[in-house]
Design a protein around this ligand. Sequence first.
Ligand code: ACO
Length: 316
Amino acid sequence: MEGLQLIAVGGAEPSRVVTNDDLSKLVDTSDEWITTRTGIRQRYFCAEGEDTATLAVQAARQALERSGLQLAQIGCCVCATVSGVYAAPSTACLVQRELGLAQDIPVLDVNAACSGFIYGAAVARGLLAARPGDARRYALVIGSEQLSRMMDMTDRSTCVLFGDGAGAAVLELTPDAEFAVDLGARGDMAIEFPTGGPIRMDGRAVFRFAVDALPRTLHAVLNAAHRTLDEVDWVVCHQANSRIIDHCIKKLGADPAKFYKNMDRHGNTSAASIPVALYELQESGRLQPGMRIACIGFGGGLIWGGMLITVKGSAV
Ligand code: ACO
């Protein structure tokens, strides 16, 4: 089956910065506690007029601009989210309307929580592959969240962890791409996002799950790609907690410099966290043509997903 390659990425930051000190005025917590346990120093929350859809539109528009492609070349649009404003229209349909994407392409949301971007890419690959005669071989895959509207701001065990944001990628389906995915799930209530919130979580159970799922999924996707970690340029994990990533680095005896981290500035933005990290790598000139990136998601479901993808030619 043909694989995906990364053409370009866009990102959107909500306008309200919320620091750990800001939260310590709402609940009994401290910058020291949050930083030590999670690595998070601040997060962005949506302000008036901003939501999952507006962030998704902003990130998608930027990804398209960076790609240099025309709207008419997009063959499907998938948005990963657990915080869409509407069940229908989907966030992806709202993006389609705002951007003016074609009407004869598949457009849908995917709910795979913090693995949503990986699942979204896998779905997009299948949708493009199902239309072999269609010349539009590019997918717009978005991760967008407004978790701040689903949080109990009196619950210190959850309200310090999450943030809002969006990232979007233009991906091309091509026969010569080096691409692999590994997806899985285990129905479990360790973390709950009830419709409308609030988010509830057994933090220790989720931590135990994450420190197992992350290295296991990374191994699985490297095996599927017939690659070693040494041959990968970046590992972009879901940005839930710095200690989860550090645990994985230690377990694998890996080079910490390969593991991108930005939870200090964004907190945990669920489906947005991986594309936002890719966006920051691109914007800081650290994504080069031909680079191999392993993206690993894990989270609510419980659900996990890994993807190995390469950066195309000279587009980024
Ligand atoms: N500030 C101060 N104290 C707090 C806070 C806070 N914000 N939150 C909890 N505490 C207290 C608890 O009440 C408890 O006090 P007690 O000992 O008097 O009962 C103490 O700190 C320890 O609480 P624990 O929950 O055991 O703390 P732990 O060391 O496990 O850290 C944390 C909590 C950071 C949530 C950790 O369990 C974790 O990172 N889990 C993974 C969570 C995660 O990554 N979720 C997202 C993945 S899924 C997804 O992204 C959708």
